[in-house]
Design a protein around this ligand. Structure first.
Ligand SMILES: [Zn+2]
Length: 85
């Protein structure tokens, strides 16, 4: 999923769904019906959110997403993420 516009810039969204509680505030995104990514800020309206690929990229690891990356590495986490696709 690439090429969506976010805050006026191109946003490369991660293809996996992320459990909201594992995503730091400010990194939580939702895609509208028009395909526009909206940053949810402090809102926590759903069980899962989207994240930008840059924030979970293995090439530039961030400390604050380590719990999310650990979740994705588990079998259950992987199955849940793929079920959303
Ligand atoms: Zn990457």
């Amino acid at each position: 999923m690439t090429g969506s516009k976010g805050n006026g810039a191109l946003l490369d969204l991660e293809i996996r769904e992320a459990p909201t509680h594992l995503v730091p505030v400010g990194l939580r995104w939702r895609v509208t019906g028009n395909g526009i990514p909206i940053n949810l800020g402090r809102a926590d309206p759903t069980d899962t959110v989207r994240v930008a690929h840059r924030d979970v990229c293995a090439a530039r690891p961030r400390h604050d997403v380590s719990r999310l990356l650990a979740h994705w590495r588990t079998t259950a986490g992987l199955a849940a993420a793929q079920a959303e696709l």
